[in-house]
Design a protein around this ligand. Structure first.
Ligand SMILES: [Cu+2]
Length: 258
């Protein structure tokens, strides 16, 4: 690893990650320009208004209206950036949320992610595509509150405190929730960060573009073992994923929580 890698984010492995990395770079460049500009202005002011050249204080100050016009100009540019770019781009990003079309080969993979002190759990609907019934009264036996007697839940795939798998080059929707306190589902190499809030289910989507093993970290201080709240998931080929999913559907499932 080179010296500069310590200052850079980990290598991107998702489809949308490049745009986020570019945005981070542009913001840093803009900040660098502002830093140099303001520093230059500060040095000019310190030199020009030094006490030896201005022995007597000037109580009137600036006489032109330039600063007022500059303020109005800056405000106008900011309104343009917000209404002309930020709001439309955000609306476009929201519209790009992947939707299922009924094709099991290409539909987005949906995974429910349940955070708990201090681990990560994943839940898939299983080969029947139907989520098992969930109720808080079953949360004592499993973090998802899966009903052990529900037929739809028998083939559900659950990964409790163990790595889960995702296929490469396919949209994934993670539905994030928490069973105790506020955590944060952070996948550094997927450029995904979403708070996990008890009582809420918040979807995030991404598309992994490289196979490999990836880390989940908790990005909200959530208790005394927060720093150890790590999880893992693997991005594999479509075939490996299908084989794992079929195998897991046999052994996992809500029936196992009786
Ligand atoms: Cu946490």
């Amino acid at each position: 690893m080179s010296f500069w890698n310590y200052f850079l984010p980990p290598e991107n492995a998702s489809a949308h990650g490049k745009s986020l990395d570019d945005l981070t770079l542009y913001i840093h460049l803009l900040m660098a320009v502002l830093f140099v500009g303001w520093l230059a202005y500060f040095l000019i002011a310190v030199f020009r208004f030094r006490s030896s050249a201005n022995p007597k204080a000037d109580h009137t100050g600036a006489r032109s209206h330039f600063s007022t016009y500059a303020e109005v100009g800056v405000a106008a540019v900011e309104v343009l950036l917000l209404l002309g770019f930020a709001v439309p781009l955000w609306a476009k990003a929201v519209d790009q949320f992947p939707v299922a079309t009924g094709n099991p080969e290409t539909d987005p993979i949906e995974v429910q992610i349940m955070a708990q002190q201090f681990a990560w759990n994943a839940h898939y609907p299983g080969p029947d595509g139907k989520w098992g019934k969930q109720d808080v009264k079953f949360a004592g036996s499993n973090p998802f509150g899966l009903d052990p007697n529900d037929a739809d839940g028998k083939d559900d795939v659950t990964c409790l405190r163990e790595p889960f798998l995702l296929p490469v080059n396919r949209e994934v929707i993670c539905k994030i929730s928490s069973m105790d306190v506020i955590h944060c589902f952070k996948l550094p190499r997927m450029r995904v960060t979403q708070d996990a809030i008890p009582g809420m289910t918040i979807p995030v989507h991404f598309k992994p573009t490289k196979t490999g093993e990836y880390m989940i970290i908790c990005a909200q201080l959530c208790g005394n073992l927060h720093s150890g709240m790590k999880g893992e998931f693997k991005v594999v080929t479509a075939e490996e994923y299908a084989a794992w999913y079929a195998e897991k559907a046999k052994s996992g499932g809500a029936g196992g929580f009786e």
